[in-house]
Design a protein around this ligand. Structure first.
Ligand code: 5GP
Length: 192
């Protein structure tokens, strides 16, 4: 029998360009009990993105077929593409005792809060909208139209931050990572 305690589900949201991916990479290095859920998406891979690692890149038909089978914990459309969390993978990791991060946008986040009212929810904020715009432009992965669309979306998303238990400002990377590690420690000590 597997006697390992079930892991913790962590809802982790932040607008495009806020640096949540970079924070996540640091968290994975620092805490070996954390796993990141790999989402399905219909968006095209960016340079350097690997199928099965960053996302499972699927067609609209494949995505919709899994919706019909009730295979998603949550899913949403974001800037014209589907994104969703496959249920089975998350269940398996939680049962193996890992703390599973769902790096997802707010519509999906709200669905998770409905299903799991006690979920540990963290919202990553930019120090300012100006900084966010600079970061989005600097990474040079999107065209002007998409940048503006993502900025608009970011402003709408930030208005939901109060629905999350914790808001972490990503000004300095190490500080944001430390803060999240502490949030997890506190949450774990409370559920012991
Ligand atoms: P990107 O295209 O920049 O990789 O992701 C766009 C947005 O979709 C980000 O806010 C990202 O966190 C979110 N996202 C990624 N995977 C999922 C998912 O499985 N479900 C939902 N609802 N959002 C996701």
């Amino acid at each position: 029998m597997n006697s390992k305690k079930r892991g913790m589900l962590v809802l982790y949201t932040g607008s495009s360009g806020v640096g949540k991916g970079t924070i996540m990479q640091e968290l994975l290095k620092r805490d070996k009990n954390i796993r990141l859920s790999v989402s399905n998406t219909t968006r095209s891979p960016r340079n350097g993105e690997i199928d099965g690692v960053h996302y499972n890149f699927v067609t609209k038909e494949q995505f919709e077929s899994l919706i019909k089978k009730d295979g998603y914990l949550e899913y949403a459309q974001y800037c014209g593409n589907y994104y969703g969390t496959p249920k089975q993978q998350v269940e398996d990791l939680l049962n193996q005792g890992y703390d599973v991060f769902l790096e997802i946008e707010v519509c999906g986040g709200l669905q998770i809060m409905e299903k799991y009212p006690d979920v540990l929810s963290i919202f990553v904020l930019p120090p300012s909208i100006d900084t966010l715009e600079k970061r989005l432009r600097k990474r040079n992965t999107e065209n002007e139209e998409t940048i503006l669309e993502r900025l608009g979306q970011a402003k709408r998303e930030i208005s939901f931050k109060d629905k999350y238990k914790y808001a972490v400002v990503n000004d300095k990377l190490e500080d944001a990572v430390d803060e999240i590690i502490n949030i997890i420690k506190t949450a774990k000590s409370e559920t012991k």
